[in-house]
Write a protein that binds this ligand. Structure first.
Ligand code: SIN
Length: 327
């Protein structure tokens, strides 16, 4: 980024590279907020998106958690869906043919109960055409065992390593903020060879009906998303950027072009739009319309020129690892 060179919006290069994954632009839609994309085609020009992450799939079908599964919170949304999905083979048969035909990157979000299950899913999906990448959902707070891999650096590293050796598709690890030091988990994913790291998944929370003296969500606890968690997500991206060189995908309360730019400056190379899709399904199109002018205003000819350009005060932060790790 240069203070002296003027970059015109039309000359901005929106392409981004996340490890082995090449995207036409850095605006993606987050898993679980865009269904399987077909239901959005009348609202959104799907081919304009940098990438689509369909709802997380598991090896076997899951009915999900009992109602209520969603409840509004102040500046956010609590969900406890419980990975409701029809399973891997149903996804391959019913959803993948449509998704694979779209002129955008399809990144399949997978969740397994064990390393072997993750590996088996990755190996099975590797045989299918039209998948640009896998996102390992090791961060769902709403299923039993859903965050184990995301809260234990050793398990996270082992999982990423084994999945990478079972498939040729680029692999992204999606991390949870519900840990003491997210950088430690990111270092493990990075050293295991993850192509990119997505952060953050939802922040664990709950809602209470005091008159009934009952929790509102059927599963008692849920995951908070939306504008309320943006500062937490920015903090996590910043801390992880200090710890690893692996490309980061920022997620958490992103709804405006200023939000997008903040995540780039903090260290993200791309972003996923999540909860905002629920109240404005066209928000990703608006962000794409505004992105070239915003990068031009920042004097950046590409996203890479802006990524991680946050200028820190001279005093080092006490909570950051001292050395970058990984590629
Ligand atoms: C869910 O299905 O419970 C939400 C997915 C997630 O938080 O990863």
């Amino acid at each position: 980024m240069s203070d002296t060179v003027t970059v015109s919006p039309s000359s901005v290069d929106l392409r981004v590279q996340l490890g082995r994954l090449h995207l036409a632009n850095p605006i993606l839609v987050a898993s679980g907020t865009f269904g399987y994309a077909r239901e959005m085609e009348h609202l959104v020009d799907l081919g304009r998106l940098g990438g689509i992450l369909p709802k997380t799939i598991t090896m076997a079908a899951r009915p999900g958690n009992p109602p209520w599964r969603t409840v509004e919170a102040s500046a956010g949304l609590l969900n406890s869906i419980g990975l409701d999905n029809d399973g891997l083979e149903a996804f391959i048969e019913h959803h993948l043919p449509y998704l694979a035909g779209l002129p955008t990157a399809i990144i399949v979000s997978i969740a397994g109960r064990t390393v072997d299950e993750f590996v088996a899913m990755a190996a099975r999906l590797d045989r299918e055409a039209g998948i640009a990448g896998l996102e390992l959902n090791i961060s769902c707070p709403n299923v039993s065992g859903g965050v184990d891999f995301g809260t234990d650096a050793g398990l996270c590293g082992q999982l990423v390593r084994n999945v990478l050796s079972a498939c040729r598709i680029p692999v992204i690890a999606k991390l949870t903020p519900n840990v003491t030091r997210i950088a430690d988990i990111a270092i493990a994913a990075s050293e295991a060879g993850a192509d990119a790291i997505s952060l953050i998944n939802t922040v664990q929370g709950m809602a209470v009906d005091w008159r009934k003296r009952k929790p509102i969500l059927g599963n008692v606890l849920g995951g908070l998303s939306g504008p309320a968690i943006k500062p937490i997500a920015l903090r996590c991206v910043h801390q992880v950027r200090q710890a690893v060189r692996t490309p980061l995908i920022g997620i958490g309360g992103i709804a405006t072009i200023d939000d997008v730019m903040e995540f780039f400056v903090a260290g993200a190379s791309a972003v996923q739009i999540g909860t905002a899709n629920y109240y404005d399904p066209t928000v990703s199109m608006k962000l794409l319309d505004r992105l070239p002018a915003a990068l031009s205003e920042a004097g950046a000819a590409s996203v890479a020129e802006l990524t991680g350009t946050l200028q820190l005060p001279a005093r080092p932060s006490a909570d950051l690892p001292s050395k970058p790790s990984g590629t």
